[in-house]
Design a protein around this ligand. Structure first.
Ligand code: ATP
Ligand code: MG
Length: 306
């Protein structure tokens, strides 16, 4: 369905939930709170999580009011197990001129499929299914670990400090600059490779979640898989460096799978050109065996960065 025809539903069908809060407030006792340990355990068990997400009864509890598309905080319940999830109905998607085909929801599911094929499990289990506001993506809610260490920082422009990698120099006040840095972290490095494959146009700091078991999950993959290069990310710390041996092996497996089972799973969500471009990105990464450089023709750093 052309994006324009979906627009009226944004203010119509979804209106009843708009007054509701972002994340459950204390007085909204009927809204089940997410527990970091339980949600991390389920995220690491995709088989159980996917069944729950596909077959569970979906109940909407609130809307995340600061999101640019309709992002609904929900629960899915099956066989006595209930867990929080996000539901992004296609009807609540704002049309994007540079992503005229398919849906944001479809690309989120496609991104999950690629992540699952890497074996790195970097995206929470995600499915496409019907819900109270029509078809949409449903993704397991991963509650951030409040104890997790920061992965981004502002440091002295002469930096970075050991264990950190530079992103960009930023103005932080009149005449004052600082160096924005991210940690030299194996999880972030894998995410950087996944983003290069996905052509992710929106990897800001709010788009990764540290889980209670020490794993890291990327979220919000609606603007991925464009044919043209649109990689916009904070994770430039490894730009032009050789990819790790592990990542090189993952890229080889992805190339094979894109030609087979993974390609089949992506086909319903992407155009032929998008699918071919994804295979070409993997081929290029294997040829160069290096992390990509920022494009001079495209704003390669999301701003604000979180
Ligand atoms: N799977 C998830 N687990 C936990 N929190 C999530 C998940 N998905 C989304 N969120 C929360 O919901 C917020 C909005 O979701 P998301 O970023 O996917 O939507 P969006 O419409 O692109 O919003 P924005 O324009 O703010 O980026 C996120 O910043 C995050 O706080
Ligand atoms: Mg977002």
């Amino acid at each position: 369905m052309p994006a324009r025809e979906r627009l009226p539903a944004l203010n119509g069908d979804l209106a009843p939930t708009q007054a509701e809060a972002r994340q459950p407030e204390a007085e909204q006792s009927e809204v089940p709170l997410a527990d970091p340990v339980t949600s991390a355990a389920l995220a690491a068990d995709p088989e159980t999580a996917l069944r729950l997400l596909r077959e569970g009864a979906l109940a909407v509890h609130g809307r995340l009011t600061d999101a640019s598309n309709a992002v609904l905080y929900c629960t899915v319940a099956l066989d006595g197990l209930t867990t929080p999830c996000v539901y992004k109905p296609v009807a609540g998607e704002r049309p994007l001129w540079d992503f005229p085909d398919g849906t944001l929801a479809g690309r989120e599911v496609a991104a999950y499929e690629v992540s699952a094929a890497t074996g790195w499990g970097l995206i929470p289990p995600t499915v496409l299914r019907d819900g109270p506001h029509g078809p949409g993506m449903v993704q397991l809610w991963v509650e951030p670990d409040p104890e997790a260490e920061e992965l981004l920082a502002l440091q002295d422009p002469a930096g970075p400090e050991p264990g950190w990698l530079p992103i960009v120099r930023a103005e932080v006040g009149p005449g004052r600059t600082a160096l924005l840095v991210h940690r030299d972290d194996e999880r972030l490095r894998r995410l950087a490779v996944l983003d290069a494959v996905l052509n992710n146009a929106d990897r800001k700091g709010g788009h990764w979640i540290p889980a209670a078991d020490g794993r890291l999950y990327g979220i919000d993959h609606g603007v991925t898989f464009a044919v043209a290069g649109k990689l916009r990310t904070l994770l430039w710390g490894w730009a032009e460096q050789p990819v790790t041996e592990e990542a090189f092996g993952v890229l080889a497996r992805l190339a094979e799978s894109l030609d087979g089972a993974l390609g089949e799973r992506l086909r319903p969500h992407l155009t032929k050109a998008e699918l071919a471009a994804a295979a070409e990105r993997v081929a290029l990464l294997r040829r160069t065996a290096r992390h990509p450089l920022p494009s001079p023709d495209w704003p390669s750093i999301p701003w604000p960065p979180v």
